[in-house]
Design a binder for this molecule. Structure first.
Ligand code: SAM
Length: 223
């Protein structure tokens, strides 16, 4: 079954108030994911399915006021919390867009894109196509999230299913959630990580979109 934005909207209407506390155990993976973005002052960052903006402090710290943060989020309830976070911190360089990733109008060409615990977007080729139209050649990409643990952890997978079904609308591709990224990030590297104490219950994937070809890298006429 494909991801269903209408069901996601309903789910996150209920989760918005308690989301930050509920996901506290996954925070180490967030730190690793953002470190792997190798953010530089002045970078333009896309945070897809940014939720309540839990990634914003680490991103803002790295890009500084000269950078730009674009958060794209389907749920108005989650985004309202993200907006509050932005206002409390006084970040002037954050633009929050309420839209489904497949039809969001992205106003920039980004240096980096973060996909953090957004399985529904990872499994939507139209969403990825729209996002990657707005990532610069050579742009850095990091994805992280839950996945099925190895077969020997079958009973633990039942627990994962019970928890994850609150947050995602499809388990399609949950064994290899990154599989559609290969098309956009040919050098994608993937490693397993523990989640909630379960080895292999999460993944982290990173790489770069291809750099522009030689004809785009060098002005014509040069040797
Ligand atoms: C598990 S939360 C992750 C939030 C945030 N990335 C984080 O790491 O805390 C998944 C988020 O993706 C959003 N979402 C789900 N489907 C989406 C879509 N098609 N387009 C944009 N956002 C979507 C949900 O509303 C929710 O806020």
């Amino acid at each position: 079954m494909a991801a269903d934005p209408r069901r996601a909207l309903e789910k996150y209407r209920r989760h918005a108030a308690t989301y930050d506390r509920a996901v506290a155990r996954a925070e180490p993976l967030r730190h690793e994911a953002i470190a792997r973005l190798q953010l530089q002052p002045g970078d333009i960052v896309l945070d897809l399915g940014c939720g309540t903006g839990l990634s914003f402090p680490l991103i803002e710290q790295a890009i500084g006021p000269e950078g730009r943060l674009i958060g794209i989020e389907l749920s108005p309830d989650m985004l309202a919390n993200a907006q509050e976070r932005v206002e409390r911190a006084g970040w002037q360089n954050a633009t929050l867009i309420q839209a489904a990733a497949h039809d969001a109008e992205v106003p920039v060409e980004a240096d980096t894109a973060l996909f953090h615990f957004i399985h529904d977007i990872m499994r939507s080729p139209p969403a990825l196509e729209n996002v990657f139209r707005h990532v610069k050649p050579g742009g850095r990409v990091v994805a992280a999230g839950g996945k099925w643990a190895p077969w020997w952890a079958l009973p633990l997978n039942l627990g994962f299913w019970y928890v994850a079904r609150r947050y995602i609308t499809t388990f399609e591709g949950y064994a290899r959630p990154w599989s559609h990224l290969d098309r956009f990030v040919p050098d994608l590297r993937v490693e397993s990580r523990p989640l909630g104490g379960v080895p292999g219950g999460a993944y982290i994937a990173w790489g770069r979109v291809p750099a522009a070809g030689p004809s785009e890298n060098f002005p014509s006429g040069l040797p």
